[in-house]
Design a protein around this ligand. Structure first.
Ligand SMILES: [Zn+2]
Ligand SMILES: [Zn+2]
Length: 169
C-alpha cells in the first residue's frame, strides 16, 4: 500500500505542488476473474493544491492490466490513462461530500484511491480484442482459433414440435 504524509507538504493557501509517486495497485477481482497491474507499481503524478477552504488532490497515471478475456478466457491486456480528483475541506462539518475517503489520519491512501479510480474506469467486459468470438457454447472450443458451428438436433426437434403444434391449431 502506498501512503503519503500530508503534513510533509506544508502548503499555504494558493500554493500547489506536484510530487512523483510510485503507487502499488492491488489485483482487481471482476466477475470472478483476477486482473493484475503489470508492473504492479505505477509511476503517478500527485498534485496538491491548497485553497482557502480546503485542499484539492489530483492523481495522474497510466496502468496496464493483464487478465482473462471475458469471452474466451485467453489473455487480455487493457491500458488505461487515469486522471483522478479528490477534495478535502478544511472544516467539512457534516458535509460528507467535502471530504475524501482516502485521507485518514493525515495520510493520503494512494493505493486505494488509484485502485478505486481504475475499477470505475474499466469497461463492463474486458476482451482480448473487440470482436472476440468467445467459446463454443456446445463443445467449449475457442471460436477464434477454430470457427465452427454444430448441427443442433435438440433445437431442431423442438422447432419441429412447435411447427407441428402450429399446424394443429
Ligand atoms: Zn477473447
Ligand atoms: Zn463447438
Amino acid at each position: 500500500m502506498t501512503f503519503v504524509q500530508l503534513r510533509s507538504y506544508r502548503l499555504r493557501s494558493g500554493e500547489s505542488l506536484t510530487d512523483e509517486q510510485e503507487v502499488e495497485i492491488a489485483p482487481i477481482e471482476l466477475g470472478g476473474q483476477r486482473y493484475i497491474a503489470v508492473p504492479e507499481r505505477v509511476a503517478a503524478a500527485l498534485s496538491v493544491t491548497r485553497a482557502s477552504t480546503g485542499t484539492v488532490f489530483g492523481l495522474r497515471f497510466h496502468v496496464r492490466l493483464h487478465g482473462p478475456c471475458f469471452r474466451c478466457l485467453g489473455d487480455a491486456v487493457l491500458d488505461e490513462d487515469l486522471r483522478l480528483r479528490e477534495y478535502q475541506a478544511e472544516r467539512p462539518g457534516r458535509a460528507e461530500e467535502l471530504t475524501t475517503p482516502y485521507v485518514i489520519d493525515g495520510r493520503l491512501d494512494l493505493s486505494s484511491w488509484a485502485r478505486d479510480g481504475l475499477v470505475l474506469a474499466l469497461p463492463d467486459k474486458i476482451l482480448c480484442r473487440p470482436d472476440c468470438a468467445g467459446l463454443c457454447p456446445v463443445c467449449g472450443a475457442d471460436l477464434n482459433r477454430e470457427p465452427h458451428e454444430h448441427e443442433s438436433e435438440e433445437t431442431d426437434s423442438r422447432w419441429a414440435a412447435l411447427a407441428e403444434l402450429k399446424d394443429r391449431l
